[in-house]
Structure formats: C-alpha cells, structure tokens
Write a protein that binds this ligand. Structure first.
Ligand SMILES: [Zn+2]
Length: 275
C-alpha cells in the first residue's frame, strides 16, 4: 500500500488528505498499477512552482503541476513527487466555469499519470494523456456522487418507521437537477399498508414537481445488499427506466445496477392497442 506524504505551503485551500488518497487509489486501480514507495504531494504557490520550473526545467513560466519520478522500490523512500499549484486550479475554474476543487483533482490526476508513464511531449501523446485524465476525473466524480448518495441513504434510515419488521431502510433519490430527496420505509399496524423507502422518496419527489431522476441509493442494516422489491421497481420504472440503483448493505459498501437491468419487463399500458 502506498504511503502518501502531503505538504501544503500554498495558502489556497487544497484537497483533503482523504480525497487525495481516494484519487491516488482510484487512478492506480484503473491503471492497474501499484506504487512501491512513498508518494509525496505538495501544494505550492504560483511563485514557488515558477521557481521549481525554472530550476529543474530551465523555463521561466507559470505552470500548474510538476511531477518528479525517482522510481525507488524501497517503501520508506520517495518513489515520486507531485507539485500542484492550487492558484492555477482557481484560474482554470474561473476560465472554464468549473469547480475549483475538481480542477485540483484534475491536476493531481495529471501529475500522477506522468509518474505512471504518460507523457505529453508531442501532440499525439498529449491527446492520449488528456483524454485519459478527463475520463478518470469524470469516472471519479461519479463515484464520489454515488458514495455521497449512499451516505445520505444511510442517514435516512433514521426517518424509517419500522416498529413491526424492525428492518429500517433508508433511501436517497437524486433528482435531475442534483437535489437529493431522503426517506425511510413507513409501516402500519395493518401490515399490507406499509410503504417501502423507495416509494416514499419517489412520491415525495414527484409531489415536489420532479419527474426524472439520476440515481437511487438504498441501505438497510442487513449484511445483504438491499434491493428494491418488485412493486417499487414497477413504480420507479414509470419515471426513469434507466435509473441507476445503488444497493448498499450494512457498512455502506454497495453494488451498482440500472433499473432496466433489475426490471427488464415492466407492466406498461399501450393505449394505442385499446383494451
Ligand atoms: Zn418496495
């Protein structure tokens, strides 16, 4: 397992250690590589990165990220070093209307890809590297959204009313504009009137005016992954057939499906054929 050393000399807000570790692990996994020694990551000011660029590359220019590859396989020695300039990330976020934090993630991924052997010294290599880094960031951001939604579904278990089954389920439904609607299952003394958490969040959302959704996370306290029942699959299908479904279990680890994968043959009215 890689040891990550983080240094921050820039006054700008840099990525948290947890996010840095998550990005490094993710990129290594996607690239099917392991880092044998220490990985040093520093966040520095524009002035500092300019000085480094001048000293080591003989170019007196501002830059956004620099990588130094040492390649040692000794676990206690530095294998590679990535120097990120958050001020440049802030500049890109302004220019491209993106999130500052995500621009920093992209710089980190770029620096890491250099250490893993990618090169951008000519147009073809640059194109390959840029497309890889953009794909990795996109994928990483989706994983972050999924993780966050599962966390919100876990928290939503507190809204469950399950005195009969003692099986509280939490659900979190992400709407097409990124809002998250949370809810839990609601049981009744007349058992058959109970409503699952998935339908509770869907009905809440639809009654608020939402009609399409991106993903739904479902969590229970069981050791098994929590799947939506057949009735909920039918009801969800009405609104978003391709809905992403995250089935989590106790502890929060989860699987990813699409609704049409879990429910390939829904009941659908075809009025044109008449009754
Ligand atoms: Zn259900």
């Amino acid at each position: 397992m890689v040891t990550i050393v983080v240094n921050r000399s820039s006054k700008e807000t840099a990525l948290s250690r947890a996010i840095i570790k998550k990005i490094v692990d993710f990129v290594c996994e996607q690239e099917n590589r392991e880092i044998p020694g220490k990985l040093s990551i520093a966040f520095v000011s524009l002035e500092e990165i300019r000085t480094l660029k001048k000293e080591f590359f003989h170019q007196n220019i501002e830059t956004d990220v620099i990588s130094f590859f040492y390649g040692t396989e000794e676990p206690d020695k530095v294998w590679g070093e990535i120097i990120v300039c958050p001020e440049k990330a802030r500049e890109y976020a302004h220019t491209y209307g993106t999130r500052y934090e995500n621009e920093q993630k992209l710089l980190l991924i770029h620096g890491l890809l250099h250490l893993l052997g990618y090169d951008d010294t000519d147009a073809d290599k640059k194109q390959i590297m840029e497309s890889r880094q953009n794909h990795l960031l996109e994928h990483f951001l989706i994983i972050e959204k999924r993780d966050h939604l599962v966390l919100l579904a876990q928290k939503a278990q507190q809204y469950a009313y399950a005195p009969y089954s003692l099986f509280p389920v939490g659900a979190a439904l992400e709407t097409c504009n990124g809002r998250v609607i949370q809810g839990g299952n609601i049981e009744n003394a007349s058992y058959g009137l109970s409503v699952c958490a998935e339908r509770v969040v869907l009905f809440k959302a639809v009654s608020m005016g939402y009609a399409t959704f991106t993903r739904l996370a479902i969590v229970s306290s069981s050791q098994d992954y929590c799947f939506p029942c057949g009735a909920c699959r039918q009801v969800l299908y009405e609104f978003t057939p391709h809905l992403e479904i995250l089935t989590a279990r106790r502890g929060g680890d989860y699987q990813v499906y699409t609704l049409d994968e879990l429910f390939p043959h829904p009941f659908q009215l075809k009025p044109e054929k008449g009754f």
